[in-house]
Design a protein around this ligand. Structure first.
Ligand code: NAP
Ligand code: G4F
Length: 344
């Protein structure tokens, strides 16, 4: 009989790519989905996997619900991808973020421990935990310095995973993943916000893209590559922690320029800080502005990952370069706007 997996956060970007991967590998996949006014299935539909999984109602704030789902499903593997995942929102909703992203993980581990479950557990940890970075590039040994309520909650989750592994001999693994993007990325994250806005601007549906700190640098990879790494982590003989990253970092400003270029826009940047603008050379119009409302109370200025351990132990390497990823995202958003098929 094939293996079974429970994926929390099934409606999100990584949930959809991981569901596609595991179904293709012959897994029975249970998608844990929280209740909303309407079911959020657009990403699963886009990857053609909605009808190949079984969804189960799930809420990370509810111990009894987690317990009944895990007891009923009794999966071989659990991928905990659910989270309040937007750093900006965590400054406005720090208690909620702490409860879902920190305590929620403890609830899952406690349920699995009390069941005596042998399920292998994957926790979606994050490069945000490195925050005000202590060294560059960052690897599994780099000390943490989180800079947002999101990152602090994720750091709690990371250490409780390590603690349950060491205390109870559970197969609990933490993937410290650097930023990964795709056409399925949520529209509030900067890459997707940029590709969507520029696709609208060239089709006359928007005038200006307003952004925050364009000097921030991120190590951006493709989500499809990163879910492969998650799966490989759970196929090892022993649980451990792994960084997944591309080893290349890019400024937000340069991602905007490259996305614009993919749409035949040639940008000229001007000014500094809050006065920064970018003008489309052909039309002479300002199409990018910096708006301080998008600045964060504490910023992570630079992330650059070293995934040597994942390459060595998992045989994992990213396959999609940033240029290809940018083109993929820009094209997808251009077509969605053109066809009126934008769903998320
Ligand atoms: P995402 O698109 O924002 O998806 C988050 C998922 O969590 C959604 O399915 C959401 O459901 C669900 N969720 C939120 N609160 C919940 C709750 N209280 N109970 C149950 N489900 C809940 O995030 P992603 O980009 O796929 O990222 C997946 C995970 O990896 C997250 O934990 C994120 O923090 C982490 N991570 C992401 C990156 C990255 O670059 N993408 C890097 C490192 C780590 P709704 O659809 O109902 O909102
Ligand atoms: O796209 P972002 O919002 O992603 P951020 O904060 O790096 O977090 C993402 O990656 C983490 C992994 O490192 C995940 F754990 C987390 O769940 C999420 O997926 O912002 C990237 C950078 C930041 O420095 C931000 O200040 O872009 C900067 N930025 C500049 N203007 C902007 C904007 N970010 C957003 N969202 N919107 C802007 O207008």
């Amino acid at each position: 009989m094939g293996k079974s997996a429970l994926i929390t956060g099934i409606s999100g970007q990584d949930g959809a790519y991981l569901a596609r991967l595991l179904v293709d590998k012959g897994y029975k996949v249970y998608g844990a989905q929280r209740r909303g006014a309407s079911l959020n299935t657009a990403r699963l539909e886009e990857l053609g996997v909605l009808n190949e999984i079984e969804t189960v109602p799930f809420e990370l704030l509810e111990y009894a619900n987690i317990s009944s789902v895990l007891n009923q499903v009794a999966p071989d593997e659990v991928y905990n991808l659910a989270a309040q995942s937007f750093v900006g929102t965590s400054f406005d909703q720090p208690l909620y973020t702490g409860d879902v992203d920190g305590m929620g993980v403890l609830r899952m581990l406690e349920v699995l421990r009390s069941m005596g479950s042998k399920a292998r557990f994957y926790q979606a940890s994050t490069s945000e935990m490195f925050g005000k970075v202590k060294e560059t590039p960052q690897n599994e040994e780099t000390p943490f310095h989180p800079r947002s309520p999101y990152a602090v909650a994720k750091l709690y989750a990371h250490w409780i995973v390590v603690n349950y592994r060491e205390s109870y001999n559970m197969f609990a693994t933490s993937g410290i993943l650097f930023n990964h993007e795709s056409p399925l990325r949520g529209a509030e994250f900067v890459t997707r916000k940029v590709t969507l806005a520029l696709a609208r601007i060239v089709q006359g549906e928007q005038d200006v893209l307003s952004v925050g700190n364009v000097e921030a640098e991120r190590d951006w990879g493709f989500a499809g590559d990163y879910v492969e790494g998650m799966w490989r982590m759970l196929q090892q003989d022993e649980p451990d922690d792994y960084v997944l990253a591309t080893g290349r970092t890019t400024k937000v400003r340069d991602f905007i320029t490259a996305s614009a270029k993919a749409l035949d826009l040639d940008l000229e940047w001007d000014g500094e800080g809050e006065q920064t603008t970018a003008t489309d050379k052909k039309s002479g119009k300002v199409i990018v502005r910096v708006d301080p409302q998008f600045f964060r109370p504490a910023e992570v200025e630079l992330l650059l990952g070293d995934a040597a351990k994942a390459k060595d132990k998992l045989g994992w390497e990213p396959t999609v370069q940033l240029e290809e990823l940018t083109e993929m995202m820009v094209r997808a958003d251009y077509d969605r706007i053109k066809n009126g098929s934008l769903k998320f």
